[in-house]
Design a protein around this ligand. Sequence first.
Ligand code: NDP
Length: 477
Amino acid sequence: MTTEMDIGVAGLGVMGRNLALNISDKGFSLAVYNRHSDPVKAFAAHAQGREVAACTTVEEFTRSLKRPRKILMLVKAGIGVENTIAALKPHLQEGDILVDAGNEHFAVTERRERELSAAGIRYFGMGVSGGELGARNGPSMMPGGERAAYEALAPILTKIAAQHADGPCVAYMGPGGAGHYVKMIHNGIEYGDMQLIAEAYDVLKTIGGLSNDELAEAFSAWNEGELESYLVQITAHIFTVRDPEGQGQLLDAILDASSMKGTGTWTVEDAASLNAAIPTIASAVDARVLSSDKAGRLRIAKILAGPDPKDAGRVLAGFDRKALIDAVRDALYASKLCSYAQGMNLLRLASRERKWNLDLPEIARIWQDGCIIRARLLSRIKAAFAGDPELPNLLLDPSLAKDLAGRQTGWRKVVALAAEAGIPTLATSASLSYYDTLRRERLPANLVQAQRDFFGAHTYKRLDREGDFHTDWSATS
Ligand code: NDP
């Protein structure tokens, strides 16, 4: 057997086998390995005629790789990665590069990097986005760890990445867990986008009475304009798919309880630890949690009073359908901008805290293609941060601020209509409140400060004088 394969892929699940074929398409020789041998055999059969060593043992796999070895692990995060490292480690040597290309928590990646560095193994964390098709045809990749390890991987990564007019959708993110962190924020933004789209769907369907065909038409039209994005495009398509198991459209037969794997929750946890406000993304996570208990909701629906969604259309009161569709489009666009502003702000705070030196325009650049959040808007986000690296908040970019100003009427109308009709818009309303909180000169935080000082002597500051003040509130009136 040859011992000169360019790169190894460990884990032949959905992502691993597709990324392996992509690597092979780009002219690199590779070795593949999987814990159970059936996927290896299936891959070998599929990859006949390609320069691939299909290995059923770690000994064979590691022996077949050029040194220093480059191995991409695409296995289940947590225990899957732990087991794969344990299996590979005895067969690795100083200088070998071991990449976790799954969705791992950045702090876990940093711990493993420290542990493996003792044996001279260069452990590296890389976020990969784009799902099955992205892995096969060109994903967006967010690598982080030792820069020299990135330089060794770059000739392969730049070839297999999605190719955008602005360059391949991969770039070195920073040291340690920076790559997995950026992927985590990508996923947090993805949660926000998906929930905002779901709320737009709910308002148009429940208040506007749009059929699936009409929804497909509206989303297709949006995908021709400023909302052009992968998620809007696939949503338009979803509305058209017929139920293979029954009558009508498949979407209507799907249980309304969403699940998640953890990256959204990690984003919210880290934002809280860094004092970063990400209300849109946090609302998207909350919305999934709340949706997941369908049985509980069915019970509660019989107890808690409120407008009947069946009569939601009455709130339109003369506001026509075309106007509603345009208002929802504006609300979606403006809310999406708020969500990106929150995600980018969190990246900046995390970068400062952990000294990662994250390059925001470069991150927006590599998200323009290959990944799930790819969208036309990203080129403007890239331009905004490239034009002013110190921009304190994305919404302050003059041209984006102008966009928001122009979307206000529709945005506020949608939130007001939904509230009146009893249709929840957790993420859309959180976005509007985020926007209004940022632009409000005087917030009710004076009262919160007074309360804190009342019960905990936490002191407060005054508008008219410097210093910290405390009042014995109960003795004063
Ligand atoms: P899975 O997460 O289902 O993982 C499949 C691979 O993990 C298989 O090789 C499997 O081996 C191995 N594995 C599972 N459990 C264990 C274990 N306990 N010990 C050792 N190996 C184990 O597949 P995906 O390809 O979907 O995902 C791979 C990684 O990429 C994950 O971290 C995922 O979050 C991430 N990812 C996935 C995306 C997607 O769209 N699917 C998109 C972006 C990232 P075996 O076949 O022997 O069971």
